[in-house]
Every structure is written in structure tokens, then in C-alpha cells.
Ligand binder design. Structure first.
Ligand code: SAH
Ligand code: F3S
Length: 487
């Protein structure tokens, strides 16, 4: 959609003695088609890109065939994610035959990882832009317009896009992402993110609050604060997290950590639901859990990836905590937030993983009984420490079998957890129609579990108390009782 501001840029053009003043929109309305893959941060970044380009006279379109510019925001986390993007590029190539003026740019992690090699490997690509270079897009597009390929993959120490007001894409008008940190300093040995998204930096809390307040004004009811590692959020006036030591005493004294940021956001909009993702066990502190307990509007849900239950594997992954320390954290969460849902990310078949290590993962899961999980077979990523130092030695069938065992156990635990909601009345924020039935709404409770119930007279964006009558391993089924007091 066209952002209002996009029409206000004036071009003065002197032509044969007469001065023409054209609104950029009239002079140059072009169609942008943007597609995103991978993590929530990528979807959020695409909204920043759409905002930057709306200032340049680009309208977004849902129709690939009519696009002047096609952008694909890519993911490198596993090989399969990259293959998906390559397949899409083939499709773009086919479309280009009927739309020869169409230009194609790749954004995101694959752009950063492959750099100008992308131009050689995929002839369809005109432009390669890394995650910190989106403000340079207007210049890069000009290069492309003039017939040259364009590349900018420079990573930044301070780019957070804090001053860009995202254009919400495919929005339900109810829930939105707000990014709070960029990059990651953790260097898990399997992970490509520190290479593609650079060093960790935090965004100014004032700009975060301004974005949250603006979303509330626009009718949004829930925000998810996003970062690769939100618990590591630290604002001391700008700069990289790793340079905090060098900050002045004044900067240190007035710094804002994640627990404090959560409180600021929760207080700023007490009727808005606050979520966050992702937490890292090694960085999550008790004060974050206490902030969650203090504010009703902070949702009781923590995504707490662990990757493996084996101390030996955790060490090889450079996850800087043990199984026992993780249990301690889980115990603290359960003590302070008895109703809190917890979810995991798990990797099956990391190099050297033995059957015993795998059993440790299953027993860790038995201890926690996660509400949800995101589970993957290990995929070697070029350039990571694991790829350089360890042989990818677990046979594909073994990885698959272990992954399947993890998934089955997760389904069992998921069902156990959803069953605990049956009989209760819980507050649900309505996000839209249920995928399976037009007569039902779909929303989530505080714990992030999907709830479906008959629509009656309720509408999208309402907070409703729903009596839970039944469940599957991932969904709660109920009926609305009344508007919640939050409404
Ligand atoms: N920053 C988050 C998530 C990063 S990527 C964190 O702290 O965990 C999301 C998930 O993808 C990871 O948690 C991990 O489970 C998975 N993942 C990352 N690299 C992977 C790889 N090389 N192979 C398989 N799964 C991987
Ligand atoms: Fe990746 Fe570990 Fe950071 S999984 S994103 S390096 S916390």
C-alpha cells in the first residue's frame, strides 16, 4: 500500500525552459512485489524495506506478474531454506519472460552470505542487499535502473532502522512485530546468523516506545518484541553490546536492560499484549521473569530454545549453559510464573551426537514437557565453526529417525499441555477467521496457544473470555462467554 508520505517528495525538473513540478507518485509509481522467508525478523525487515521504498514511489502489489521490482527476503539458517529461495528464483525467471522490465533483488541472510557470488550463480538477480544496507536501496535501485548490477552487503555497528516507520504488510491489524535488537554475538557453532546479521546492537528504547504507541493508536492490540536474543538487549546510548565495557559511568548508570525495557513497554500501553522472542537460556535473568510476573499484559509464554539435552553436545554447540542450569531456569520460571507456557527449538543429529546424547534430549523434554516446539535435523552451514571443525558425521537416516522421535514426544507433551486448559475460561485476542471454518474465530490465549470458537457477534481485535471445552495437541476449542475486562 502507498504510504502517504510517499507522495510528498517533489522533483523540480527544468525542461526546455519551463519548470515542471511533479509529485513523485505521478512521475514514478512503480510496483513492488516482496516475499519473505525464514524468521519473524525477516518478515519485520520486509516492512522496513516497504517503508523505505514507499518514500521512493513504490506501491506494493500481491501480483508477481505486474511487478516492476521483485524483492525476496532470504533465509540461510538451513540448506533447505536456501533451496526454497533458489526454486523461487527459477519461477521469477519464468515470469520475467512475459515481463522483461522486471528487476529482481535478493535481501537478507543469503544475500549477506553469498554476496556478489549471487550475481554469478543466479543470472536473474540484479541486486544483492544485506540486512544492514536497506537504507541504501534507493541508490542501489538507481544503479539497476541504469543497467548495472548493484551489491551492498556492508554490516553495520549501529544500524537498527529505529527511525523507519514500518509499512505493515499482510497485516491482520491486531498483532505486529517490533524489532529491538539486531545481530547476535553468541556464536553457537552451528549457526550462520552471526555471520549474516552481524554483531549485536540494541535499539533506542524511546524509538521502541514510539513505535508501540503508534501501533496502539492505529488499533493494534498485541506486539512481539523481536531479537535473535532479546535477553541480551542493552541500551546505553548506542553502540555494540560488546563495547558496553567502554561506556562511561553515566551511560552504565542509565542503561536499559531487557527486564527494564519490558516494564517500560508494559507500562506505556497497559491494555496492549506484550510478547517477545527469542530468549536464550544463557542470557535470561530472573529479573525478566519477575517483570513478566508484575504485569498482566506481558504474555505468559517464553520461547526458550535449548537445541540439545546433552551437556557434551551443548558444549560442542557453544551454548554456554549446562542441562542442569537449564533445569534451574525452568524451575524458576515455574515457581514465579506457574501458568507460563514454554517452547523449544531442538536440533537432531549435531556432529558427534551419540544415541546416549539423543536420549538426554528426550529426557530433558520429559522434564520440561514443552507446550510447543520447533525441531530440525542438523544442516551444516558453510563458514560456521561446526562446519570448519567437525565432520557432519550423523547419517541422514539417523538424523531423521531421531528428529521423528523428538517430534512424536513433543506432540505427546503438546497434548498434555493443551488438556490442562480444558475446563478453564481464558482471555483470547481474536486475530482472524479460523483456517478450517469460516464460522469460527481464531485467536490466542496468553500462553500463545491457538484457540478457535464460534464467531457470534465478536469481531477481529476483541479480547474475549473463552471457555475451553476440548483440544487437540496444538489447538484449543471453546465458546465465548463474554468480553474480557481488557476490551
Ligand atoms: N536466536 C535464536 C534462534 C536462531 S535460528 C536462538 O537463540 O536460538 C532458529 C533455530 O534454527 C535455532 O534455534 C536452531 O534450533 C535452528 N538452527 C539454527 N542453525 C541450524 C542448523 N545449522 N541446522 C539445523 N537447525 C538450525
Ligand atoms: Fe544463532 Fe545462537 Fe545467535 S542460535 S542467532 S548464534 S543465539
Amino acid at each position: 500500500m502507498m504510504n502517504d508520505q510517499g507522495t510528498e517528495k517533489i522533483i523540480d525538473e527544468t525542461k526546455q525552459g519551463t519548470t515542471l513540478t511533479l509529485k513523485k507518485e505521478e512521475a514514478n509509481t512503480r510496483k513492488l512485489y516482496i516475499e519473505s522467508y525464514g524468521c519473524q525478523m525477516n518478515f519485520s525487515d520486509s516492512e522496513i524495506v516497504a517503508s523505505i521504498l514507499s518514500q521512493e514511489g513504490f506501491n506494493t502489489t500481491q501480483k508477481l506478474e505486474e511487478a516492476d521490482l521483485v524483492l525476496v527476503n532470504t533465509c540461510s539458517i538451513r540448506e533447505k531454506a536456501e533451496q526454497t529461495v533458489r526454486k523461487r528464483l527459477e519461477k521469477f525467471n519464468a515470469v520475467k519472460k512475459t515481463n522483461p522490465g522486471m528487476k529482481v533483488g535478493v535481501l537478507g541472510c543469503m544475500a549477506e552470505r553469498l554476496k556478489s557470488k549471487f550475481l554469478e550463480e543466479e543470472k536473474i538477480v540484479d541486486m544483492v542487499v544485506g540486512p544492514d544496507a536497506y537504507k541504501d536501496l534507493p541508490n542501489l535501485i538507481q544503479e539497476v535502473d541504469e543497467g548495472r548490477n548493484a551489491v551492498n552487503v556492508i554490516l553495520s555497528k549501529d544500524e537498527t532502522y529505529g527511525d523507519v516507520a514500518p509499512v505493515r504488510l499482510n497485516s491482520n491489524g491486531v498483532t505486529a512485530f517490533v524489532s529491538i535488537t539486531r545481530g547476535c554475538d553468541n556464536m553457537c557453532t552451528f549457526c550462520v546468523v552471526p555471520f549474516t546479521r552481524g554483531r549485536e546492537r540494541s535499539r533506542d528504547p524511546q524509538s521502541i516506545l514510539a513505535e508501540v504507541n503508534d501501533l496502539w493508536e492505529k488499533g493494534f492490540k498485541e506486539v512481539t518484541l523481536l531479537g535473535q536474543n532479546v535477553d541480551s538487549y542493552l541500551w546505553y546510548g548506542g553502540g555494540l553490546k560488546k563495547d558496553f565495557e567502554k561506556a562511561t559511568d553515566m551511560q552504565k548508570a542509565t542503561s536499559v536492560n531487557f527486564a527494564k525495557l519490558l516494564e517500560l513497554v508494559a507500562q506505556a500501553q497497559p491494555k496492549m499484549r506484550i510478547r517477545f522472542s527469542t530468549s536464550n537460556p544463557q542470557d535470561m535473568t530472573l529479573d525478566v521473569i519477575e517483570s513478566m510476573a508484575k504485569y498482566e499484559n506481558i504474555c505468559k509464554y517464553i520461547h526458550l530454545p535449548v537445541q540439545s539435552g546433552s551437556n557434551r553436545v551443548l558444549k560442542a554447540m557453544n551454548r554456554l549453559h549446562t542441562r542442569e542450569e537449564y533445569f534451574e531456569l525452568i524451575d524458576n520460571i515455574r515457581r514465579i510464573l506457574p501458568d507460563c507456557a514454554i517452547s523449544q527449538d531442538m536440533i537432531a543429529g549435531f556432529p558427534t551426537e551419540t544415541e546416549e546424547d539423543h536420549q538426554d534430549t528426550l529426557s530433558l523434554m520429559d522434564y520440561v514437557k514443552y507446550d510447543f516446539g520447533f525441531m530440525f535435523a542438523y544442516s551444516e552451514r558453510p563458514g560456521t565453526m561446526a562446519a570448519r571443525k567437525l565432520e557432519d558425521d550423523i547419517p541422514e537416516e539417523t538424523k531423521k529417525r531421531r528428529l521423528q522421535e523428538i517430534i512424536e514426544l513433543q506432540q505427546k507433551h503438546g497434548l498434555l499441555r493443551t488438556q490442562q486448559h480444558v475446563g478453564k475460561t481464558e482471555e483470547v485476542l481474536i486475530e482472524g477467521a479460523s483456517k478450517k471454518s469460516d464460522a469460527h474465530w481464531m485467536g490466542r490465549n496468553s500462553q500463545n496457544t491457538v484457540v478457535v470458537f464460534p464467531k457470534e457477534n465478536y469481531k477481529v481485535g476483541d479480547f474475549v473470555n473463552v471457555k475451553i471445552n476440548d483440544c487437540t495437541s496444538a489447538t484449543l476449542i471453546g465458546e465465548a462467554v463474554e468480553y474480557s475486562k481488557n476490551n
